[in-house]
Design a binder for this molecule. Sequence first.
Ligand code: PEP
Length: 257
Amino acid sequence: MKNIRRSLIAGNWKMHRTSSEAVDLATEINHLIGQETDVHVVLCPPFTALESVARLVSDSNIMLGAQNMHPQPEGAFTGEISALMLRQLFCSFVILGHSERRQYFHESDAFINEKVLAALKSSLKPIVCVGETLEEREAGDTGKVVKRQIQEGLNGVSKQTSEHLVIAYEPVWAIGTGKTATPEMAQEVHGQIRELLAQQFGNSAASRIRILYGGSMKPGNAADLLEQPDIDGGLIGGASLQARSFVELVEIAREKS
Ligand code: PEP
């Protein structure tokens, strides 16, 4: 079942790298990766580096993603970026609902849902992040939290467009902390997410949607995670800022796919 879904490794560079530094990092990744075709590789630099990195990877199989967008097509939203603006910079993906956006910018499930619908309408593939905090896990609420985030975040998405969705399960307590969910813990939630997707879109559509794991994934722990039946790749923060570790993750994903 897993091999109907191409593995995907996405690097979330967050607010790291100026545009010239981003070009250096992307150049190194591009050089080490060569013509990768088995694994989908996505780089998500800051907005300010999208154009220069787009030029650099235009002849490669590396794809580009943004880290956020506004749901409106245009308007008086100072500091915001629209889906169309991202499309014109050759973005194919956009990370939405990252826990840092939820936590520091108070993004609600309803707002994230508006963004998901707007991204799909503009042919951008949303990487929709969900995941529980440590308190929520300790209270036994992981399933409830993820269910709410999936159901509200994907409200109104049609079965036809669902294949363009990517979900990232990122337990908040594992992001940037060095703590990783065990492969069994992660698989349990990934399985629940696939079940929720099946309830909304049907089994066949759900079996095509990629569910990534994110949270301190690195070369040392990736193989066991990527071996799980419902883990289809990774959303990588820290380890995506070093070309070698990022490319090693791509190689591990290729072996496990
Ligand atoms: C992330 O921010 O999406 C992430 C998974 O970060 P890290 O790999 O650093 O935990």
